[in-house]
Design a protein around this ligand. Structure first.
Ligand code: SF4
Length: 364
């Protein structure tokens, strides 16, 4: 099936979900589900749904894509890393000197329940690129920018024509040395890649002119299938580097055995484990998915012990208003050591600091 038709066939309503799993939810539960979907849309490809084991109550893939009542918890924030303040043109963020980030769409092939852009995915396009020319002009004028991340939403949900437009324009800019696409398509709709010769031709043509990375997000070992491997192989065969950013998520991957299995499988299919992100305190996400920082550090430390040197090349980071901050160690049972990996302000660049962290504290 063509990927666009596959996308149209996504499960998006409470009824479709019940029909798919032959569920018959009590009226009250159905009503709650509908209310949540109205606020935070659901959209899941049939492929991704097929990875769920319907007989397991707390199935991890289910937790990643099916709404839960916990999403009605209103604590947290909708913009945890100050994205609005970093917006320089609608759809373009410039937080770190060398990096421009383009919000190319508010659509995804599947809406992750833990998404940190819940404020916009599937609901609001106010922050999405509408003035392509203005964005390109800004990037041209800012010669300190040497890499661009095209994200969203999901960059590969854009049409091939739009993807090619980005590549064509950015290819013309001398100071741009690296173009990255942020996409979960290899995980949730791999046919978008391996069944689309036109997309692969476009990527092949431009990867000969500029370095292209695809940054994806595998969060659980069961997401790595023959199909996702095939999608990744199509990209790596073109000379494109594929990197992974996992989010540390309660009830999904918050134990060292699962995390190490995930990272080993990622490496096995040719993907580089790049970051493990601390889940952000987003409304509807925070209490459902966040793992306390000290526990997170313990999980990551135990995970590392199960990995080879290549597996250990990721960083455990959190991304807040001030930058991307790596958790690098602990001094004692109350303390954690942090280091700026990327800083918004020059004075924080490479800074190392320690903080007393409560047992239940999930964010700084
Ligand atoms: S693919 Fe990315 S942007 Fe889309 S819902 Fe998932 S985490 Fe959010």
């Amino acid at each position: 099936m063509n990927w666009k038709r596959e996308l149209e066939d996504n499960v998006t309503t409470a009824k479709e979900l019940q029909d798919y799993f032959h569920w018959n939810l009590p009226k009250d539960d159905e009503k709650k589900l509908k209310e949540i979907i109205k606020r935070y849309p659901m959209s899941v490809s049939k492929y991704y749904l097929s990875l769920i084991n319907p007989h397991i109550e707390n199935d991890e893939i289910k937790k990643l894509c099916i709404p839960s009542i916990e999403e009605t918890d209103l604590s947290g924030s909708f913009d945890t890393s100050g994205e609005k303040n970093n917006t320089v043109v609608v759809g373009l963020q410039h937080k770190y000197k060398q990096t421009a980030l383009i919000l190319s769409t508010n659509k995804c092939a599947a809406y992750c329940r833990h998404c940190f852009r819940k404020r916009l995915v599937g609901v609001n396009d106010e922050e999405i690129n509408k003035h392509f020319g203005d964005i390109i002009t800004y990037i041209k004028e800012h010669k300190e920018i040497n890499n661009v991340l095209i994200t969203g939403g999901d960059a590969f949900v854009n049409s091939n024509r739009i993807i090619e437009d980005y590549l064509k324009e950015l290819n013309e800019i001398e100071h741009i040395k690296l173009i990255r696409f942020g996409t979960r398509v290899p995980v949730v709709l791999p046919t978008r890649i391996y069944n689309d010769k036109e997309l692969l031709n476009i990527l092949e043509m431009y990867s000969k002119k500029k370095t292209i990375y695809v940054v994806t997000q595998f969060n659980h070992p069961r997401e790595i299938t023959e199909e996702s491997k095939r999608a990744v192989n199509c990209l790596t065969n073109l000379g494109i580097t594929v990197k992974n950013q996992t989010v540390l998520l309660k009830g999904v991957n918050n134990n060292p055995v699962t995390m190490a299995k995930l990272i080993n499988k990622i490496i096995e299919i040719g993907v580089i484990p790049y970051y493990i992100f601390q889940c952000r305190p987003v409304v509807g996400v925070k209490n459902q998915f966040q793992v306390p920082l000290k526990e997170g550090y313990r999980i990551i430390t135990e995970t590392r012990k199960l990995l080879s040197g290549q597996g250990k090349c990721f960083r455990y980071v959190l991304s807040n208003e001030k930058g991307k901050i790596e958790v690098i160690g602990d001094l004692n049972k109350d303390n954690l050591i942090f280091k700026y990996h990327q800083a918004k302000s020059d004075e924080d660049e490479e800074k190392v600091f320690t903080l007393d962290i409560d047992d239940n504290q999930c964010w700084i």
